[in-house]
Design a protein around this ligand. Sequence first.
Ligand SMILES: Nc1nc2c(c(=O)[nH]1)N[C@H]1C(S)=C(S)[C@@H](COP(=O)(O)O)O[C@H]1N2
Ligand SMILES: [Mo]
Length: 519
Amino acid sequence: MSSSATTPATPVQPRRAVRAAVGLCSAALALAVGHLASVVSGAGSSPAVVVGSQLVDAAPTPVKTVVVALLGTADKPVLVGGVVAATLLLGAVLGLQAWRRPRLANLGILAIGAVGAVVALTRPELGAPGAVPSLLAVLTGLVALPLLVRATTPRPDPGGDPVGPGRRRVLAAVGGSAVVVALAAGGGTLLSQLARAGDAARRMISLPRPASPAPPLPAAVQVPGSTPFTTPTEDFYRIDIALVVPRHQAEGWTLTVDGEVERPLTLSYAELLALPMIERDITLTCVSNEVGGPYVGTARWLGVPLGDLLSRVGIRPGADMLLSHSLDGGYTASTPLAAVTDGRDAMVAVGMNGQVLPDKNGFPARMVVPGLFGYVSATKWLSRLEVTRFAAQTAYWTHRGWAEQGPILTQARIDVPVSLGTLPADRPVLAGVAWAQHRGIDKVEIRVDGGPWQETTLAAEASTDTWRQWSYVYDGPPGRHTAEVRATDRTGETQPESRRPVFPAGATGWHTIRFTVTG
Ligand SMILES: Nc1nc2c(c(=O)[nH]1)N[C@H]1C(S)=C(S)[C@@H](COP(=O)(O)O)O[C@H]1N2
Ligand SMILES: [Mo]
């Protein structure tokens, strides 16, 4: 046998155990780096947790019942542990191939990482940043594996055993990996716990009772089976320019009201909470919401009326803009002073649906102004309210070409059935929401298959500042149909048919769906 003929084709590789250990170490490094990254993107985005959560959700109910019966609340740690073990095992298997088929090993790493990233992207609570830890894990695997392979490949030892690996080099590679894994995984867990300690401190804050409570919501605001009238906080849409949710502490936070005012004012969180508060149901809408889109939601907001704060500081003549500044570097919004002093329920909000404002919705405090799109009114992580003039200042989005004035446009949306969904013949009810904040909804009409417009049944109105639900019983034949919907507000204006993109002042057009009535 001529070794010089076979060497180039089959590189020298160490024993199976060493190869498996190298694969396992690479997988462990990848998971640990992903776990560390999840401190920033949210504990739920740690690669093993992402996949574990998905398994929980995907498991059929009987399986879930058995698992919970066997493990109780330990089901999640056991599941995540299982995902970690499976990944390490796959890593070991890939390690066996890493010398002779390095490309296959790389493909394997990519495939495992893709599972994590894709699952993260499908989980609405994570959003796009949730995929980052999985992607970093893949990168780590792709870098670590060849490095460890190099470190443990037996070096030709003239006169010695050609495949006897330097035992010390193997130990150094495995030991070094273990140290890095321990630091990254341990550090990640510690930092996540510190962040959670901050959340716990936040839950200790007790919000004051409103001096002016929200009127009770009539049950009739809700069409049974349709979108919840009050959007649960965790489902509330989130739109902002922050890559990861900013976390700020109430401790040390202040709100300054200054600019063209007589008596500038700075309030601590405690001082803000001590002021008389209002609680109101208000529907927020994003200018970037496409016709039929999801960037609209209703919450019960608790806060200090902006009018109160502004009358305390005394606005100087000539000012016409309230420029709100955020703690997240450089974000500002310009709100017409008229809209926050005309008596509408504009506020600096600290509470949402009976709880302290969550980080994602602007803790410690945010603005809420009924009737204006979020980008000109709803500044989160609020730090400063500057009284100024439109002639003197330009806000973040206005500077980027969006309209200076952002009144919310009248819109109707079909929520039941979902587009391309079905309506049961025994209960053929279409339903949805319509909004024209601060003007109010006068009517919502529907048109099926291009026929005549029909008035829908409006649910009770909570206030003109909230959306209003509608429903319509369709008595047409089974089969496929198209439905279009349009709203008319209390100024008598009906939303126009012409489609317009969201930029620069909000989308227009009628929401249209296709649906099937079962026979
Ligand atoms: N600090 C800050 N506040 C912000 C934004 C932002 O990017 N940064 N986006 C605004 C926009 S465009 C909207 S629509 C609302 C969304 O509020 P929500 O995320 O609580 O739904 O917040 C507004 N407040
Ligand atoms: Mo927005």
